[in-house]
Design a protein around this ligand. Structure first.
Ligand code: 13P
Ligand code: SF4
Length: 348
């Protein structure tokens, strides 16, 4: 099927969007969204812009304007290699910052001035410096969901898709894993490491992971009872959970992986019914592309930060080159080292 991005009229944009989204977006809204999407797709060619869309973008945006969609790791790789004059990041601020760190000669734009993330705001560069002083010589592994100044204090970044793999490769019995307590606990379970809180004493020879208490405000809402209730009502449901979910939720699920890993899992699976414990737009996006499969909704769980990014803001961003990401050069250079190490050590 022709991509919405390649449609040559508003009517064709609407027709292609409707084929994908008629079950998830009301028709009157689709008509309005198609007009905006068509204008964006024309303008981005004139302005030599590439649009990156995170898997959590709302369905009308996700399926109409991005040149590339994906998870944090995949979009970082694309941002790093892009030759476009402008990179428009339809995601949250730490993602746009990551693009600027990796590709500083491009203009990187976020469609709203500030789209945050509860994990990124849970830790500061001072917090990391204090941990390094408390545990000298211990490698600092930091989730990509952090701001540039925190990445600058870090030895290596991780994402949900490479965290286990990278922590296994590190030649150290102890690592400091920041700032997501649940992701760290999920990685600890898979790597056999013991969790150590910064308040605890560190003993030499310990095989452990020093964690921070950051949480994703979205994934923190899921409970094992959600899984039990879904299984009781629909015993054939396959349950997927993002590794930012509490460890007991991840353990009770059938599969855990990054947003893109979950998309691929559903595409390859022969099962008919799924519950995806992550930001709820992603389930709608997957449903649009897998119309033969059924998805149980938990749609109160929307990321308020990702939710800020709309087609209308993206058009405004393209028209007026706003909001540009600017970074202090010394911070950027140090942050880039931790991202470069991650890209070198990631298999996929
Ligand atoms: P992914 O890297 O799996 O896309 O996750 C990013 C994120 O913010 C999840 O909440
Ligand atoms: Fe941050 Fe959670 Fe939103 Fe992802 S879903 S951007 S981790 S608040």
């Amino acid at each position: 099927m022709k991509r919405v991005q390649d449609a040559s009229t508003v009517q064709e944009t609407y027709d292609l969007m409707s084929a994908l989204l008629h079950k998830v977006v009301p028709d009157f809204e689709l008509k309005m969204k198609a007009e905006v999407a068509f204008e964006i797709n024309q303008l981005k060619k004139e302005k030599n812009a590439v649009i990156l869309g995170h898997n959590y973008m709302e369905p009308a945006l996700f399926h109409s304007i991005p040149d590339y969609v994906g998870d944090s790791l995949g979009l970082s790789r694309i941002a790093a290699a892009s030759n476009a004059e402008r990179i428009i990041f339809c995601g949250v601020k730490f993602m746009a910052e990551t693009a600027k760190i990796l590709n500083p000669n491009r203009m990187v734009l976020l469609p709203v001035e500030f789209a945050g993330c509860s994990l990124a705001s849970s830790i500061t560069a001072d917090d990391v410096r204090a941990l390094k002083a408390k545990y000298p010589g211990v490698p600092v592994v930091t989730y990509i969901n952090t701001y540039a100044d925190v990445k600058a204090e870090t030895d290596i970044c991780i994402t949900s898709s490479n965290a286990v793999d990278i922590v296994k490769q590190l030649d150290s019995d102890i690592v400091i894993c920041l700032p997501d307590e649940y992701l760290a606990k999920n990685v600890a379970r898979e790597t056999g490491k013991k969790i150590i809180y910064p308040s605890q004493q560190l003993f030499t020879g310990e095989h452990g992971m020093v964690v921070w208490n950051g949480k994703c405000e979205v994934h923190d809402q899921f409970r094992v009872s959600d899984i039990e209730n879904a299984r009781k009502q629909f015993p054939d449901t396959v349950i997927l959970a993002h590794p930012e979910c509490p460890p007991e939720v991840v353990e009770a699920a059938d599969y855990s992986g990054s947003t893109t890993a979950m998309v691929s899992y559903v595409q390859k699976s022969k099962a008919n019914r799924f519950l995806i414990l992550t930001e709820c737009s992603m389930a709608d996006n997957i449903a649009a592309e897998n119309q033969d499969k059924e998805f149980l909704g938990l749609c109160s769980v929307r990321c308020p930060h990702m939710n800020q990014i709309t087609l209308e803001d993206t058009l405004d961003c393209l028209r007026h080159d706003k909001w540009q990401i600017e970074l202090d050069e010394s911070v950027r250079v140090r942050a880039k080292k931790s991202l470069d190490r991650m890209l070198e050590m990631s298999k996929s």
